[in-house]
Design a protein around this ligand. Structure first.
Ligand SMILES: [Zn+2]
Length: 137
């Protein structure tokens, strides 16, 4: 397990999280992930995470009216950088938290390149099955 440090582009918000990039990351074809160019690393323990600076500048992406899932996407209100998602959903095994790979700071390029990526078919609410097409993601 690695203690990762992450932050937004302007540096106002920072966090740390325990995870392991080599155990897998996720991209997805749902509307949210497509528009946000989302790429995340699920945390094995959602509680091994803390905001170390700038919590007062965080905001949540507004929810779609038809979305019933307990899921929250956090970003910096100064610079717009998306940093993590958390929630509680049976589909994801209960309480979960996943950090945006792009917001991690102490990661060598080779580690990013080598991180396995699973492309999920979230567009069909089928997150554990591969997306049929990924070239546009
Ligand atoms: Zn910022």
């Amino acid at each position: 397990m690695t203690l990762y440090h992450g932050s937004c582009f302007c540096g106002s918000v920072s966090f740390e999280a325990e995870g392991d990039l080599s155990s897998g990351t996720l991209r997805c074809n749902c509307e949210f992930c497509r528009k946000m160019r989302y790429w995340d690393m699920p945390l094995p323990d959602p509680e091994k995470f803390r905001v170390t600076n700038g919590a007062e500048l965080l905001a949540e992406t507004p929810r779609k009216k038809n979305l019933s899932m307990d899921i929250h996407h956090f970003f910096c209100t100064r610079c717009g950088t998306r940093m993590w998602t958390e929630g509680d959903a049976a589909e994801f095994g209960g309480r979960f938290r996943q950090v945006c790979v792009a917001s991690l700071d102490n990661v060598a390029e080779a580690e990013l390149v080598g991180a396995p990526v699973f492309f999920a078919d979230g567009a069909n609410d089928d997150w554990f099955f591969p997306a049929p097409e990924i070239r546009h993601l």
